[in-house]
Design a protein around this ligand. Structure first.
Ligand code: AMP
Length: 130
């Protein structure tokens, strides 16, 4: 069965899409730790980043770099934190999170409650920096 992220890529489930190319896709995390929290995924399903083919993994990192630099232009922060967890969704994804302190990467913290309008607005602003 397709993962929820594959269903997002295929347009079956809505998302706030930031960018895509033939191999990779970026969209806002629906339960963000910070405004601009974005997920970057390979379109090819693989549940564990360390099992990706080298070339696919390199491409994923380069795609994430481009997206992270765009987020940085929009969201005031010290830097963009990158992390991979993958305990919830078995489809490799890199979290890109604007951070000012180590605690901003703490996933057990309560998530932000952003409105659809706020998510749409941040999505458009990040896209405009690509
Ligand atoms: P993890 O697998 O532990 O890295 O966490 C999965 C992440 O995917 C969480 O931060 C969720 O908020 C996010 N997520 C799950 N479903 C969706 C969705 N439909 N759209 C956007 N983000 C999602």
């Amino acid at each position: 069965m397709a993962t929820i992220f594959t269903r997002i890529v295929q347009g079956e489930i809505p998302c706030y899409k930031i960018a895509e190319d033939d191999s990779y896709f970026a969209f806002l995390d629906i339960n963000p730790l910070a405004k601009g929290h974005t997920l970057v995924i390979p379109k090819k399903e693989n549940d564990y980043i360390l099992k990706m083919e080298d070339a696919d993994l390199s491409g994923l990192i380069l795609f994430a770099k481009k997206i992270g630099l765009a987020i940085e232009k929009v969201v005031p922060c010290k830097r963009i934190g990158l992390t991979v967890i993958g305990l919830e969704v078995p489809h490799t994804h890199i979290h890109l999170i604007p951070i000012n302190a180590i605690s901003d990467m703490e996933f057990s913290r309560p998530k932000l409650k952003l409105t659809n309008e706020e998510l749409a607005e941040i999505c458009e602003r990040i896209k405009s920096e690509l």
